[in-house]
Each structure stands twice: as C-alpha cells, then as structure tokens.
Design a protein around this ligand. Structure first.
Ligand code: ADP
Length: 306
C-alpha cells in the first residue's frame, strides 16, 4: 500500500455545500499537483490533510493508519505550508526558524544543525542573518518552506501563495520541489499551471468538488493534442477573431497579434494561415474549464426548463 491513501473523501459544510464529493488518490514519493478553479474544493482537501478540518466521510491513511484517529503519528510526518504565513519582520531568518523549531519541540544542537540544513535546501544560507523585512516575496516563500521542512516531514502539503515570484524564483521553486520529491511526497495546490506541467509526475483536477482527471500531466495534455494552433492577425481583426474562436493566449507584435487558439474536436476547417502549435498544460486546462462551464450552463438551462 502507498504511504498516503485518500479514500472516498467527502465534505459537506453545515450550510449543505458539498465541497468534496468523493476524492480518491494514492501517493508515494514525488511531486503531485492539485489544480482547480476557485471554489473547486482544493483548500477543503488540504485542510483535511493538515488535520484542520474533519471530513464528513471517507478516510485518509498515512502508512495504513487513519490520520484522524492517529493524529500524533501523522503530524510527525506532515509539513504544511499554508497560503498565508506570518513572519516577524525584525527577526533574522535563522532566529525565525529557531523560534518555529522550538514550537515543534526541537532545540539545542539538533535544531541548529537542522536549521543549517533547511536553509541550504531552500537556498537561503547566505541570507541566514538578514532581517526578514528585507526579504523578497520569493525569499519569504522559501523561508516558509524551510520552516515546513524543519522536522523532516515525509509529506509536504503546499498551498501555493498566489503572490508572484519573479521568473528566476519560479525556476528555483520548481527545482526545489523536484529535489524534495526525491524522498518525500509533495502535494502542491496551485493556480500556476506551469508549475504542475514542469514539476509534477501526477496531477488531479478538481471541479465543483469532483475529481475530474487524475493522471500524468502529459495525459491531460493529450486531450487537446492536435487542436492547438497559432495564427497572425492585425490588431484590428483581433476582436472578430476572438468572437469566432476559442482564444487561449495572444502576443502583441507591432501592428500584429499572434493568437493561440484551440479548435473543437473534429473541426477540420481552419482559419487562413493557422499553424499547428505544440500543446502545453495551460491549453488543456483552459479547454477543460471552458468545457465544464458550457456543460454547467446547459445543465442550468435544462433545470430551468424542468
Ligand atoms: P478552493 O480552495 O478550490 O477555492 P474551497 O475548498 O475553499 O475551494 O471551497 C469549496 C466550496 O466550499 C466553495 O463553494 C466554498 O464556497 C465552500 N466553502 C468553503 N469553506 C466553507 C465553509 N466554512 N462553509 C461553507 N462553505 C464553504
């Protein structure tokens, strides 16, 4: 059995909202991505996994033990990085970690050695003696990961902050996730589809409490294989083009716009000048969300008729 097993997890809030409607996943070492629009149920899942919320039914097993009934056992293995975290701006990085390590019951030489190790893992060794008020967003995020790693968790749950990292920080973040995934389970909930594409061996897509896809990013991308194209149009023609096609992205170049768009399955008739483009995860995700929205609108219209 894999170390982390999530079985038919359901959560209905007291107001009747079904935030999770049967979630299943089995994870062993590696980085796993959780994608879904706002309100999909991601935080609900992460709150249950971090023991902050009770499921309505179903269970989570860590090394074959139920996390709700063996919370102490599970907490030893769990590192949780919430979306928002507070640091004392006047403290230096090492002092902050020393304080937080104390909260984990760590102290003395063991704590000092471990602080050195986690600073190294997140690439903040040179900044250990800098005050936190001088840290960039990316550095703060790395420090937050360092604190989550202090007690050497075998499961790291990351609710990725939406605050931007600059491009080099993003690359460093992805590399760090990859390294951590070599010998622990990293579960990353994120809005940044590229992070999943480049870091995760497996992903799941939640939508309205339902798990709509679980598998490798490349398999999710297959849903749009051969349907993504790019075309150049003048700025003047952009609006008309966007009205008639599913535009995913565009890039402005002087007088022209290069438009990335997706065609529905089975459409053979392409606009003039369209060139096939290699697909990425964002294409597949945007297409998936659009498809769900269409289905929901149709279902809503049907219900209105009934
Ligand atoms: P996500 O993290 O994907 O944005 P959430 O897990 O926060 O999704 O929310 C899932 C659904 O549950 C949403 O419709 C949200 O409004 C609802 N929800 C979240 N927390 C509560 C709560 N405490 N009481 C009632 N409904 C909630």
């Amino acid at each position: 059995m894999k170390p982390l097993v999530i079985q038919d997890l359901r959560k209905t809030y007291p107001d009747g909202k079904q935030a999770l409607r049967g979630f299943n996943w089995e994870l062993d070492d590696g980085v796993y991505g959780l994608l879904g629009p706002n309100g999909a149920g991601k935080s609900t899942l992460l709150e249950i996994l971090s023991l902050n919320l009770m499921p309505s039914s179903g269970q989570v097993l860590w090394q074959e033990r139920n996390i709700q009934t063996s919370p102490v056992f599970f907490r030893r293995a769990l590192g949780y990085l919430p979306q928002t975290y507070g640091f004392y701006p006047e403290l230096k990085a090492r002092q902050m970690l020393s304080y937080l390590g104390g909260l984990h019951g760590m102290h003395g030489r063991t704590l000092r050695r471990r602080i050195g190790e986690v600073l190294e893992i997140v690439g903040l060794t040179a900044e250990a003696r800098r005050k936190l008020k001088t840290f960039s967003g990316g550095m703060k995020q790395r420090l937050a990961i360092a604190q989550a790693l202090l007690h050497s968790p075998k499961l790291l749950v990351i609710d990725e902050p939406t605050t931007g990292l600059d491009p080099s920080e993003r690359v460093a973040f992805r590399n760090m996730l990859f390294d951590l995934g070599q010998e622990s389970i990293v579960l990353l909930s994120t809005h940044i589809v590229k992070d999943v594409e480049f870091s995760c061996r497996q992903m799941t897509v939640l939508y309205n409490g339902l798990q709509r896809f679980t598998g490798r990013p490349v398999d999710f991308m297959n849903r749009v294989e051969g349907r993504v194209f790019e075309v150049r149009r003048s700025r003047r023609d952009f609006d008309a083009f966007a009205q008639a096609h599913h535009v995913i992205a565009f890039r402005e170049e002087l007088e022209d716009v290069t438009i990335r768009f997706i065609v529905p399955a089975g459409i053979l008739d392409l606009p003039d000048g369209a060139r096939s483009a290699p697909v990425n995860l964002e294409d597949a995700y945007v297409d998936f969300i659009r498809e769900r929205q269409v289905i929901e609108e149709e279902e809503g219209a049907l219900e209105a008729v009934i």
